[in-house]
Design a protein around this ligand. Structure first.
Ligand code: MEV
Length: 291
């Protein structure tokens, strides 16, 4: 029995350490951003919906419809506070919300493994060779340690520190960035090894409560990602400004070639001040996340 309206929600994600290296089997640490959300609504329609194979949202809707073997006499709308193409997992969050909404509309149960599988399939349109990290973090309740093909474990820490997320205002290009790293071939190996080692160190810092160590590692990771060619001048500039204003560490987050940076500070008032300063220096938008 169909419902009048199907609703699906998802939160977004932030990669603390390990983006790009995670594609090659190195560990990554990522955090769900519960206050940045997507909601999708599905309703009946007299017209058959047409699939747009270039649009991740449309692909996610059809991935769910195909799985349920249902015809597309539906319409959908989305409300999102996740900025698109800024490395905060908007494509994974949109896919999860859309698949949940379709299953809800058709009143069908949806297990988490099935949702993970269908959202990961839809993600292949937005990403090139996705590691699965984005979908997993958008489904997670707390920070995770993730290794491609091996799964994830929850990380529990209370660092009593804050991350300032700052949007460069430039669209990220995850697919192109992942291809760029792939095309580097063996010459990327040294940097990927470095990023993998920094992620493990960051995990130890998180668990020990070593805020300074975490900050240092973040800045080194930014350099490693920049050396791989996946940062951009706007992100490099905001990272430099954040460090000049006293951040303990700063780096790009997500696929890169645009998108957001994250900076670590100790207190909420330092986070608020830094957010204001980064906005004065050109950040399009900022968010604060407790670690
Ligand atoms: C994109 O959010 C993260 C990357 O590591 C790609 C992936 O994990 O699929 C760049």
């Amino acid at each position: 029995m169909k419902k009048k309206i199907g609703i699906g929600k998802s939160h977004s994600k932030l990669i603390l350490m390990g983006e790009h290296a995670v594609v090659y089997g190195y560990p990554a640490i990522a955090i769900p951003l519960k206050s940045i959300e997507v909601t999708c609504w599905v309703e009946a329609s007299d017209h058959l919906l047409i699939k747009n194979a270039q649009d991740p949202l449309s692909v996610a809707i059809f991935t769910a419809l195909d799985h349920l073997k249902q015809e597309a006499y539906i319409t959908y709308r989305v409300n999102s506070t996740v900025p698109e193409r800024r490395g905060l997992g908007s494509s994974a969050a949109v896919a999860i919300a859309a698949i949940r909404a379709v299953f809800d509309y058709f009143n069908c149960p949806l297990s988490e493994p099935l949702l993970d599988k269908l959202a990961s399939k839809a993600e292949e349109v937005a990403h090139y060779n996705p590691s699965g990290l984005d979908v997993k973090t958008c489904l997670a309740d707390s920070a995770i340690h993730f290794v491609r093909g091996q799964g994830f474990s929850n990380l529990h820490f209370d660092l009593n520190a804050y991350l300032v997320i700052a949007d460069t205002g430039v669209h990220g290009h995850t697919k192109e960035a992942v291809e760029k790293v792939k095309n580097l071939g063996q010459s990327a190996r040294e940097n990927l090894d470095l990023l993998g080692a920094l992620t493990l160190k960051a995990e130890a810092s998180l668990l020990k409560g070593d805020v300074l160590g975490l900050g240092r590692g973040m800045t080194q990771a930014h350099q490693g990602l920049s050396d791989l060619g996946v940062s951009c001048p706007e992100a490099d500039n905001l990272v430099r400004q954040a460090l000049e204003y006293g951040a303990l560490g700063s780096k790009m987050t997500g696929g890169g070639l645009g998108g957001c940076i994250i900076s670590l500070v100790k207190t909420e008032s330092e986070a608020e001040n830094l957010a204001k300063k980064l906005e004065e220096k050109g950040a399009r938008n900022t968010w604060i996340q407790r670690l």
